[in-house]
Write a protein of this length. Structure first.
Length: 339
């Protein structure tokens, strides 16, 4: 298939671009580079050994999106593009709703006009909200979220489900847990803007000397070591999940289907820190501070639906995740170059 990857220069998008090419698909990227850097594309082309067409604009621009579909012959779409910082979404809710919902509507309109009916959507475990029992299962309802960012995921899922129910799309909704790691080459990886919101890139920046120490938000949770448990998944496993979902769309018995992409078990903050220390061969400084509002004690996926229907499951360990993250960060201490 010829696959349009929106947000294809981003962290998960870039790894998925490579996985799609390795699986024999042709890829076209659209990205406005608001959360990524153009240097990513050159590295992807070097790794893939081929040219990757790139369109640089915001998908919320209806006219440019229409011209893209008129110019390129597209068979399917993997949709990552969107704003993604939880804290920023609380401070700038209107921008998040306009961008994340608007870009999806613009994209699906163009798909409909050009008879492109296959879509894989980048969703999130945040749609399960705070009351869902652990492990999270795809049948849980009602879907809720505690931030504007999370609510855009819930709303986008509903928009896509309604369009699919009208007979216009086949959609796989992929609910991520905690993507970490990097390409085994160390050439591409996670390069967050500003202070990282997530644990693994923060640990990596402490290890490389960009941050003084790690702050552990609470050690009095009802878990084995008192720190929060999360379901970490290697970004390469996550990328493979997108390929599996894309190739399964034509075989789905229903027009829309949600899949958890996670490992199925929790790893604590301190367990992840110790694994990273094993990867680099030294201890890292950290301090325990107060709990962060909204943090849940523990959650992880029930990934059995993805295993049964997509033939997909995780293959990389937490130690693999840390080793690959360190390879990326040590080779690129300041992340991607700006130019």
């Amino acid at each position: 298939m010829r696959v349009l990857v929106s947000g294809g220069a981003g962290y998960i998008g870039s790894h998925t671009v490579l996985s799609l090419i390795e699986a024999g698909h042709d890829v076209v990227v659209v990205d406005d580079f608001s959360n990524s850097k153009p240097a990513v594309i050159g590295r992807l082309e070097s790794l893939a050994g081929q040219h990757i067409p790139v369109h640089a604009f915001d998908l919320a621009d209806h006219d440019k999106t229409e011209r893209l579909f008129a110019a390129e012959s597209i068979d399917a779409v993997v949709h990552f593009a969107g704003l993604k910082a939880v804290g920023e979404s609380v401070a700038k809710p209107l921008e998040y709703y306009a961008n994340n919902i608007g870009s999806t509507i613009s994209l699906v309109r163009a798909m409909r006009r050009h008879d492109v009916r296959r879509l894989v959507f980048s969703s999130s475990a945040t749609v399960y909200g705070e009351a869902a029992p652990v492990p999270y299962v795809e049948t849980y309802e009602p879907l809720v979220a505690s931030s504007p960012y999370g609510r855009t995921k819930v709303m986008n899922e509903q928009v896509l489900a309604d369009v699919a129910a009208a007979g216009e799309l086949h959609v796989a909704l992929l609910r991520y847990f905690n993507p970490v790691g990097a390409h085994a080459s160390g050439t591409i990886g996670e390069d967050p803007q500003g202070i990282p919101n997530n644990l693994m890139p923060f640990i990596a920046q402490v290890a490389v000397g960009r941050r003084e120490r790690l702050s552990v938000f609470g050690d009095d949770y009802p878990t084995a070591d008192g720190t929060c448990l999360r379901d970490y998944i290697h970004v390469e496993d996550l990328a493979a999940g997108h390929v599996a979902a894309l190739e399964h769309l034509g075989a789905m018995a229903e027009p829309v289907r949600a899949f958890n992409l996670g490992s199925g078990h929790g790893t604590s903050v301190l367990e992840l820190l110790r694994a990273f220390e094993r990867a680099i061969g030294r201890e890292l400084p950290y301090e325990v501070v107060g709990r962060r509002p909204g943090d849940l004690p523990a959650f992880w996926a029930d990934p059995s639906r993805a295993a049964d229907e997509l033939g997909w499951r995780t293959t990389r360990s937490v130690d693999d995740m840390c080793a690959d993250t360190w390879r990326w960060q040590s080779q690129n201490p300041q992340g991607f170059p700006d130019a």
